[in-house]
Design a protein around this ligand. Structure first.
Ligand code: PMV
Length: 340
């Protein structure tokens, strides 16, 4: 057999991203179409690497795809999400073969930091290539979005903007690069304030917010102006401008979720203490601004040169367990392709 007829095994990696203007609400839950646009920063050294191969011998003993996470059989919920995503790829590529998927996350275990963004971005790239498709970046982004809304942004590096799109098939609900990682030397200092996974997943929480929060319509109305301001600040590399928008946008997202019935409260005491540390630093003259995702951790945006001051201030905040200092990073990329 010629080596060219062997199945293609593709390994891709992607970094996670943190939204500075949040995605919180869907216009179509089936296609995972966001109700509004969002804007994020893709990070270096914190992400996912995934190897995919479609072949008859890839079938698991119990049938279906063979899926591992960090070297062990993947937990059922994770495996189910991956399988559903692989079905989309098989449908588009018109192949009926089982797949072997091996994922490794460099997101620290129990850090409670989102790994689905990096995971589905890496999977979209590896699986589409392994299935013989060469998608353009916007197509890849729209594919990744169907795994996780935020994954659409991790296809690109640096500062990224995601469009809500208008089409019902979601083909225009994809991200695009705004400013490369190397262009602006900022840092995100993450204050980890709890161990374990979040109380309520983002999809379920978004749905509950949209259905029951009286502030949801206000949130939807406010995001477009936050996006305009954040985009302009990124392009002008205006840290204070971007930080102010990011902070108010995050607090509005949480206020909207807190007003759901039953209330969705992701914060703990240390979350508030870390917010106060940021405000104190700012009053003392350091340009620092926080954002908070669907969890209790606080992510602080600052200039790279200020990270040495911001990190110890957060690390010594009561209730903060540990900190991470993260730099902007590249978009999803193929790291290996082999016939086997
Ligand atoms: O991509 P999902 O479904 O995990 O949702 C992401 C939700 C937030 O992280 C809170 C906001 C965002 O834009 O990333």
């Amino acid at each position: 057999m010629s080596i060219y007829s062997l199945p293609l095994s593709v390994t891709a990696r992607a970094g996670t991203n943190i939204a500075l203007v949040k995605y919180w609400g869907k216009r179509d839950p089936t296609l995972n179409l966001p109700a509004t646009g969002s804007l994020s920063l893709t990070l270096a050294n914190l992400g996912s690497e995934t190897r995919v191969r479609f072949a008859p011998d890839a079938e698991a003993a119990e049938g279906g795809d063979r899926i591992t996470l960090d070297g062990a059989p993947a937990p059922p919920r994770f495996a189910e999400r991956v399988r559903r995503f692989l079905d989309l790829v098989r449908q588009e590529a018109r192949i009926g073969l089982p797949a072997e998927v091996a994922t490794r996350n460099s997101v620290p275990t129990a850090a409670g930091l989102a790994s689905s963004a990096a995971g589905f971005a890496a999977l979209a790239l590896a699986a589409s290539r392994a299935a013989g498709m060469k998608l353009l970046p916007p197509e890849l982004s729209a594919l990744a979005r169907q795994g996780s809304g935020s994954a659409a942004r991790s296809i690109f590096g640096g500062f990224v903007e995601m469009a809500a799109g208008e089409r019902s098939d979601g083909s225009d609900a994809c991200a695009q690069a705004l400013l490369p990682a190397s262009a602006w030397n900022v840092r995100l200092v993450v204050a980890i304030t709890a161990e374990g996974s979040k109380a309520i997943g983002s999809s379920e929480a978004m749905e509950l917010t949209a259905k029951t929060s009286p502030y949801y319509s206000g949130w939807l109305q406010a995001v477009p102006q936050d996006l305009v301001a954040a985009r302009a600040a990124v392009l002008a590399q205006d840290l204070a401008g971007l930080g102010r928008v990011a902070e108010r946008n995050a607090v509005r997202m949480h206020a909207c979720a807190m007003a759901a019935d039953p209330p969705i409260v992701y914060w703990n005491g240390a979350t508030l203490a870390a917010m106060e540390t940021v405000w104190r630093l700012r009053t003392a003259g350091t340009e620092t601004f926080f954002t908070i995702d669907a969890g209790p951790h606080v992510k602080v945006l600052c200039a790279a040169s200020d990270a040495t001051l911001v990190e110890p201030a957060l690390a010594s905040t009561p209730g903060v367990l540990r900190t991470l200092v993260l730099a902007p990073g590249p978009g999803a990329e193929v790291v290996r392709e082999e016939r086997r």
